[in-house]
Structures are given as structure tokens and as C-alpha cells.
Design a protein around this ligand. Structure first.
Ligand code: GDD
Length: 315
């Protein structure tokens, strides 16, 4: 069994690679010339291929040479605020890369199964009475990033219907854990706390909107879900991957602070507020559970302790 992981050097990609290696799957990952390798330097048994997913020739060569059985398409511009600063780049990056892979699969008539990392951000504006969110909820995206994920989602559906490609879209709600990029809220707050503890930062923690509600799952549960999506999911379908519970960002921060003994004050930083924020994401994963048996196993408290420890261990 040969698996191609796009974006293998990223947060989810590195955990996906670890999961696949534990199952004795041959792992090939795409990197770009400027990719940071910190997250995968401990993985000796993976093969890395330099590939610019936006370049059709680069992708065609990759797919023709590797002929993967499984594709986990994780590479993306995934930070919502960046998508307001660079909307075209976000749309192009996220959409073109996927189209190039699907076109190559179609051209070489390969039977690979492909998972697409879509997002709960696609639901965007959600009224409280519309929760927990089902796959049938309306999509009301609130950022260029969210629109790019809607496009990825529907392109997967369209390539399945038009050409019979085996494509499954996972709409994953927020996920975190060790190696989470420091821009994302859980990691950003954990890093600030770790730096304050080490005396590298004054005891003031900068925050954005603390009233938003998010549904967090551990990244190690998420990569297991991606595996099951290809093993048991139906092509052309979309599945929510979520914990089924949510908390405010303030509650998440309070949990992190409860793991630390230092005294920290909280300060709002206007630069961290967004033109429009998704106020509530609370997912219903019953469709995915019914078809694959998946459910999250790692408690949120464990995830957040592991994340804080990750930052405490950084030099
Ligand atoms: N990043 C960040 N930094 N977010 C903050 C901060 C801060 O200092 N303070 C409050 N927030 C709030 C944001 O306004 C948002 O409501 C929430 O914390 C989560 O922000 P992020 O961690 O940046 O994640 P996201 O919800 O925008 O998007 C993440 O989840 C999606 C799935 O729902 C990303 O991982 C996306 O790639 C993913 O698709």
C-alpha cells in the first residue's frame, strides 16, 4: 500500500505520516523548496518529493511516477487571517493544487482513493438553532479561505460525478495538538504561556475574539479519521469530523492557564480581530461514526496539556 501525503511537512501532514508508518504503509510526501522540515526530521522511513502543486507539470510527473493507492491531500494555505491579506493566493493555492492532482489521476486513469481536507469553516455563519452542524447545513463561508474550501469540496464532488474518481471530502472542525502552527489560537496561547514561564516574555497574554465557540478534536484522532475515510467512506460523500462539543475561546484559554502557576494578565490586541469571525462551530459527526465507527478518543484536556508541554520543550 502506497500513500501520498501532500503537505507532509505541515502540522497534520507530520501526524498523518506517523500514523501511516505505524501501519506499515509506504509513505511518500510532497514538499516545496522552502518547506520547514522540523516536524518530520524524526521520520526516517518516508520518501520526500519536491513538488509545486500549483504547477500542473510538476504534479503530473509526481502522480505518474508514484502511482499512489491512497492520497491524503492536506497541503493548503490554512490560516484564515492570511486569506484576507492574500485572497487570490489562497484561492489559487488551495484550488489549483487539488485540480492538478485530480486532472493527473483522470489523465492516467489511476484508481487511487483521495481524501480532501475540507473544513467546518465552509459552514461559516451559523445560527445557534442550526447546531450541532450536519453535512446538510447551508454553507455560508465568511472568509476567502472558507470559500476556497467550499470550492475544493465541490470540485471533489464534481470530479467524482463527472469522471468516477474515488474522492472523499472530510469537513474537519478545529483540531490541535503538538506541532500546531503558532498562528492558530490554541498554539499561540500555549506558546505565550510557555514563554512567560521561561521569562522570555512579559506576563501579558495577547488575545483576539474570546467569545467565538469552537469544536476541538485532537490531531491524532483526526488522522485516524482520514485513514478510515478512505478505508470505509463512500466516494463522492462529505463527512464532518468533530468532537460534538464546543467551548468558547475564553474557556479554552482558562483551561490552558489552569495548567500554569505563573500570574498572567489578558490583553486584547485589535490586530487579532477579524473582519468577520465565525461565531460558533459545533459539529455532528454521527454520519461518519455510523459509516466508519470513528469517534474521538483523546480528551481535550490531554490535547491541551500535550500542546503546552510541546511549547515548554521548545528551545
Ligand atoms: N489565531 C488566533 N489568534 N485566533 C484567535 C486569537 C488569537 O490571538 N484570539 C482569539 N482567536 C479566535 C479567532 O478569532 C477564532 O474565532 C478562533 O480563535 C480560532 O482561530 P484559529 O485558531 O485561527 O482557527 P480558525 O477557527 O480560524 O480556523 C481553524 O479551524 C478550521 C476548521 O474549523 C484552522 O485550522 C483552519 O485551517 C480550519 O479549516
Amino acid at each position: 500500500m502506497k500513500a501520498l501525503v501532500t503537505g507532509i511537512s505541515g502540522f497534520v501532514g507530520s501526524h498523518m505520516a506517523e500514523f501511516l508508518l505505524q501501519r506499515n504503509v509506504e509513505v511518500i510526501g510532497t514538499i516545496r523548496h522552502r518547506s520547514r522540515m522540523d516536524h518530520i526530521k524524526h521520520l526516517n522511513d518516508i520518501r520526500l518529493v519536491e513538488c509545486e502543486l500549483r504547477d500542473p507539470f510538476s504534479v503530473e510527473n509526481l502522480i505518474q511516477e508514484i502511482k499512489p493507492d491512497l492520497i491524503f491531500h492536506l497541503a493548503a494555505q490554512s490560516f484564515v487571517p492570511t486569506s484576507w491579506n492574500s485572497p487570490i493566493d489562497t484561492i489559487h493555492n488551495n484550488v489549483a493544487g487539488q485540480v492538478n492532482i485530480m486532472e493527473a489521476l483522470r489523465r492516467f486513469d489511476l484508481p487511487a482513493k483521495m481524501q480532501i481536507a475540507c473544513s467546518s469553516e465552509e459552514y461559516g455563519h451559523v445560527e445557534p438553532h442550526e447546531t450541532p452542524i450536519l453535512e446538510t447545513n447551508p454553507l455560508r463561508p465568511l472568509s476567502p479561505y472558507a470559500v476556497s474550501k467550499v470550492a475544493q469540496d465541490y470540485l471533489g464532488y464534481q470530479y467524482h460525478k463527472s469522471y468516477g474518481l474515488h474522492i472523499i471530502a472530510t469537513r474537519t472542525f478545529n483540531h490541535t495538538g503538538p506541532r500546531r502552527g503558532e498562528n492558530f489560537v490554541t498554539s499561540n496561547f500555549a506558546k505565550q504561556i510557555a514563554q512567560i514561564e521561561k521569562g522570555k516574555k512579559s506576563p501579558v497574554l495577547h488575545v483576539g475574539n474570546l467569545t467565538a465557540k469552537r469544536d476541538f478534536t485532537d490531531v491524532r484522532d483526526v488522522v485516524r479519521a482520514y485513514w478510515l475515510a478512505l478505508e470505509k467512506g463512500r466516494p463522492g460523500e462529505t463527512y464532518n469530523i468533530a468532537s460534538g462539543t464546543c467551548c468558547t475561546i475564553r474557556e479554552m484559554l482558562d483551561l490552558l492557564l489552569s495548567y500554569s502557576n505563573v500570574k498572567i494578565s489578558i490583553q486584547e490586541d485589535p490586530a487579532r480581530l477579524r473582519p468577520s469571525d465565525v461565531e460558533i462551530l459545533l459539529g455532528d459527526y454521527s454520519k461518519f461514526h455510523a459509516e466508519t465507527g470513528w469517534k474521538p478518543e483523546i480528551p481535550f484536556e490531554t490535547t491541551m496539556k500535550d500542546l503546552l508541554q510541546y511549547w515548554r520543550d521548545q528551545p
